[in-house]
Design a protein around this ligand. Sequence first.
Ligand code: KG4
Ligand code: ZN
Length: 335
Amino acid sequence: MSDIYILGIETSCDETAAAVVKNGRVVLSNIIYSQEKIHAKYGGVVPEIASRNHMDKLGVCVDEAVFSQNLTFNDISAVAVTYGPGLVGALLTGVSYAKALSYAIKKPLIGVNHIEGHICANYINHPKLKPPFICLVASGGHTSLFIVKAHDVYEVVGQTLDDAAGEAFDKTARALGLGYPGGPLLDKIAETGSDTAINFPRAINEKDNFDFSFSGLKSAALNYLNKCKMLETEFSSRDFAASFQRAVVDVLVGKTIAAAQKYKIKTVALAGGVSANSCLRKQLKAACKENKLTLNMPDNIYCTDNAVMIATRGYFDFCLEKFSDLSLNAVSRIS
Ligand code: KG4
Ligand code: ZN
């Protein structure tokens, strides 16, 4: 079979991204234009501003992804694009662009679910990885545990009942005055703090329940900060960050290992923006080692939103001949 080159396009939130991936695993280009600085002054993503910036930058990102590799659109086998979940206006910019491009260059269109894209980031750094495996997806909008049974068969065994892990990180970081996006900033200051300084609650629930809940922890953290403020008590931001982070990580790691044991699956993978968290990576590595499980984690660059993971997901759909037509639409929520 000749080589398959998939052009991936991702615009679900505030990263405008395009990439070309060969045969599902070889990254040829990975162009990311981050709008982080633009949204930082508002303390979070402003959907309208995100859409406008995608419209400005997507064409440049796509051209660079293709032409920097001395490829032409003729070499591209298919155009894969995130159609959801995400911000509907932001998604629409990518979907419309991909539809027009696929029509113009006469190449198939593939609509990709963003969460499946995150899971597929694992195939990049781990060429031997294949289903079945358990995957923890923790991002700004989602916290779910999946059993990946085949390249196109996923079973959800647990999900968050309230806040996503990334959301809890971002809101707590904001309360601490760290700015946006809070997750990586909180991770950074936690490095030199004590994770046992404050005993935050861990919502582990009953055995064999793999759902997550972070709202209790988030409230406990915010109450702690308010109390310190009211009583004018000094506290260490670093200890606070490290203790909060450890509480989130203990729940994520505990449930992932328990699910692997319950479903007797020996391979674990990690995905989504929060998988860049240093404490999560360290603790999950240790727990997998202790429980004799094989762990796969994407490199940090493939944890947060990117188009490589979309191209890789698109490759599997290409092989399964699962194509979309021009009726493909942006979908903000996918059950
Ligand atoms: O997957 P992603 O880039 O976008 C969504 O699909 O939501 O995830 C973004 C989330 C944000 O909440 C961000 O704060 C969090 O991932 N994040 C982190 C770290 N890096 C990104 N959270 C904790 N520690 C990090 N190092
Ligand atoms: Zn994402």
